[in-house]
Design a protein. Structure first.
Length: 77
């Protein structure tokens, strides 16, 4: 698994998202996702939305994914 594939999967599931993923060891990754679909959602709901884009890879090919989820600049929470 690599960060580019994870980034593409998140973008496919959240098409309006800005996504950046890093992680060099192939199993531990950090992702920053900025998406207007997060409006009105709790942190847990936002994380579940991102995890849903990765499906069965979470806990298998992707051992750990640190997430930072934000709204686009100028949108209120």
């Amino acid at each position: 698994m690599d960060s580019i594939t994870i980034e593409q999967m998140i973008r496919a599931g959240l098409p309006d998202a800005e996504v950046s993923v890093s992680g060099a060891d192939g199993v531990h990754f950090e992702a920053h996702v900025i998406c207007s679909a997060f409006l009105g959602k709790s942190t847990l709901q936002r994380h579940r939305m991102v995890y849903a884009t990765l499906g069965e890879l979470m806990g298998n090919e992707i051992h750990a994914l640190g997430l930072r989820t934000d709204l686009p600049q100028g949108q209120d929470h």
